[in-house]
Design a protein around this ligand. Structure first.
Ligand SMILES: [Zn+2]
Length: 368
């Protein structure tokens, strides 16, 4: 297994295009082709985490928060980030970060938080839009299976938890080839009609180029006829925040107690009535205040996130219970999801690379 293999794994689960524009995700330090035998998963790359990685003889740290955020003007030992980069280079430890792309991913930061709180029927609070297109291609009968399979392998046909989704409609295609054409069916200059299948699949916009290339290479025609349609659909696979229901209504007080326990939170800030019964809960791991209106519109009784401003608490009053459970506290449940998914991927490949969770809390703040 190489660093590049781990990059490919994240490219499917939490692709780079799903990150916010101002973010800096992906490989931060290291060589793509270097082999990886031990991986350490942490929320932040701190001096403690780097020492732990060196002690455990790790080749790659997978972090949520990027080590390099703004382009540095120098890499020297006179600042914290420079010192870390120099140590990492010296110890031959690579760093890969999945940040807002992991926030937007199914089973990413907010889904993990929702799971730890015991929510059911978890879905995105604000699904992404303008990320999908419909690709319709005309295939001679008998070749639909091969073309579907090539498009699927390149990333087409994923709808929520379902893969290989396609639709096929039989019809008649006509064409007349030019003098120098080499038609798959019939002869040049003759009007031909062929039994064809109109094959439709949904494609993430970011994978369209790969899917078209795969489709063309599996298609028997010299000139492939296909249409690409933009879609207004919400993307069920990527979005911000998560929402779900508790198995049964509980008081806000009991939900807050559970939250403190399960997130290892020393304290919570909130508005809301402690005795009110709540069931539908919206969450966003990390700074999610901007989703407050989506949580209210989705009929949530509670919105739980971090880094909430004083004025947002005022806005929420009497409309929704709003809870600030801390940035590290709401994001660290995602580390177990990274660990589990990496292990599954490594096992599937029949590889022996080991994955460790950092034993340090990288939370720099305390409450008392
Ligand atoms: Zn964060």
């Amino acid at each position: 297994m190489t660093v590049a293999d781990i990059e490919k794994f994240f490219d499917i689960w939490a692709p780079r295009w799903a990150a916010s524009e101002r973010d800096n995700v992906g490989l931060q330090v290291g060589h793509r082709l270097r082999s990886v035998k031990r991986i350490l998963v942490a929320l932040d790359v701190t001096a403690e985490v780097v020492s732990e990685a060196a002690r455990k003889k790790v080749d790659l740290i997978v972090s949520h928060h990027p080590l390099l955020f703004r382009p540095p003007s120098s890499i020297t030992s006179s600042d914290r980030v420079g010192r870390l980069v120099l140590t990492l280079a010296q110890k031959k430890i690579a760093v890969f970060s999945a940040h807002t792309n992991l926030d937007s991913a199914r089973d990413g930061v907010s889904f993990s938080l929702a799971r730890v709180l015991g929510l059911q029927r978890i879905r995105f609070l604000a699904p992404l839009k303008d990320t999908l297109v419909k690709l319709a291609v005309f295939v001679p009968e008998g070749h639909a299976e091969g073309v579907t399979s090539a498009m699927t392998t390149a990333g087409a046909g994923v709808i929520g938890n379902y893969t290989s989704c396609s639709f096929r409609l039989k019809g008649t295609g006509t064409f007349r080839g030019a003098q120098d054409s080499k038609p798959f069916v019939g002869r040049a200059l003759q009007l031909e009609s062929v039994d064809e299948v109109r094959l439709e699949m949904i494609v993430p916009r970011a994978r369209l180029r790969d899917v078209i290339a795969a489709m063309k290479s599996a298609h028997p025609y010299e000139e492939v006829a296909y249409d690409v349609y933009p879609l207004q659909n919400e993307d069920p696979n990527f979005g911000m925040g998560a929402i779900g229901e508790l198995p049964r209504p509980v008081t806000l007080k009991s939900l807050l107690n559970r939250t403190k326990r399960r997130l290892n939170a020393e304290a919570l800030r909130y508005v809301g009535h402690l005795n009110r019964r709540v069931r539908r809960v919206a969450v966003c791991g990390g700074s999610g205040s901007e989703l407050l209106n989506e949580a209210i519109a989705a009929g949530a009784d509670v919105f739980l996130t971090a880094d909430i401003r004083y004025h947002a608490f005022h806005e929420a009053q009497d409309r929704i219970a709003l809870v600030d459970a801390g940035h590290w506290e709401t994001e660290h449940p995602a580390l177990a999801a990274i660990e589990r998914r990496l292990r599954e991927f490594i096992n599937q490949k029949g590889d022996k690379t080991q994955v460790f969770l950092s034993k340090y809390s990288t939370n720099p703040t305390h409450s008392r």
